[in-house]
Write a protein that binds this ligand. Sequence first.
Ligand code: UDP
Length: 419
Amino acid sequence: MIEQYRGIAPDSVLREIALLAEALQGRSLLHVNATRSGGGVAELLARLVPWTEALGIRTTWEVISGSPAFFEVTKAMHNALQGDEVEIPRADLEVYLHGLQDNAKRLRLEADVVVVHDPQPAYLIQFGALDRRRAVWRCHIDLSQPYEPVWRFLRQAVSRYAMAVFHVAPFAQPLPIPQLLIAPSIDPLSEKNRELSEAEITAVTERFGIDRRRPLLVQISRFDRFKDPLGVIAAYRLVRQNFDCQLVLAGGPASDDPEGERVLAEVQEAAAGDPDIFVLSLPPGSDHEINALQRAATVVIQKSTREGFGLTVTEAMWKGKPVIGGAAGGIPAQVIHGVTGFLVHSPEGAAFRLRYLLSHPRAAQRMGAQGREHVRRHFLITRHVRDYLMLMLLMLQERPSNPLRLPAAAPSGGECPDG
Ligand code: UDP
């Protein structure tokens, strides 16, 4: 596995992975989340699980299940934790807790280290099925300004874990347990991110009726209000006054997101009558199409008002695209204002920056190249695997009954020449 990434990822990170994996041979790692497809967490796990498995760490992935009512409650919690003032009645919380109790009985939750992703499965820790000393809660959502009553409820569960992991510092919360920062990543070798030929890109754009001779603005996102698709249409309309451009809003469903259909209908209504707006509802597994659309873009937009990290931003930057991103969540960690793209706070701001990038192609190209290098250094899967191995080591070291055999120090002369 490591060899496949040589020449793509920084050598220093590959060396660290080899060293850490040696200390973790035969150990096991379990991930638990709420969906196997749709959204960033599923995207990450699909790539990370085979990676750590190939390194000799037994890695499993369990997914909680639930009724539509269960996922309506978890979606309301998600919205509240990202700042919406949503009251969740006690009866709904009971639906949630009962749902997780059933999952706790059904799932296989044993491993040396267990990482529970996001709020949906967080309360599994309550039902005795998880060993608290082995359990890490990893948060992928924007917890910078949670709605307090709902966060107080979730906090009771989170406080029982051995450790909490957040993407970026503004999400960290007062908690009685240690907190770590680990940013997400993309896999440069996946179908979504591998290099494509011009013919492959054009085959996809032609299938959707997109004209490659005219500028193309692209936002790829689940149809979720926090991704602000209506704000993107408003920005596009302002830009259209000066530029003959097209807009793609492409997204698909996630099995844990019951709101998607409603938001999609709103977006379709807002776009109706404009043949240059392409609202694409993509089936799961449309990685090739997403790759091609991102590569066909002149500028990629991710105008979120709340955002966990924004893997679509990472994906676009890896493809050398300048990105206009909402100044929310993990986006400012990626979009360095004026260097890899622009951070915006409104449709007007987005339109202003779009006009600049459409009229300055050389600057747009430079920003795209800078974005790709930023991703290479900080947001490739190799760095992420390294961080997971470090996390496992940290968790196992705190158990004196289960000592680790640490490998000898790295040979000297291996200092990171390339970041
Ligand atoms: N994605 C996808 N199909 C879609 C929409 C999004 O495969 O129709 C992918 C997208 O390429 C990215 C992930 O889902 O890899 C979304 O992650 P992000 O962090 O941007 O947002 P989230 O959905 O987790 O809020």
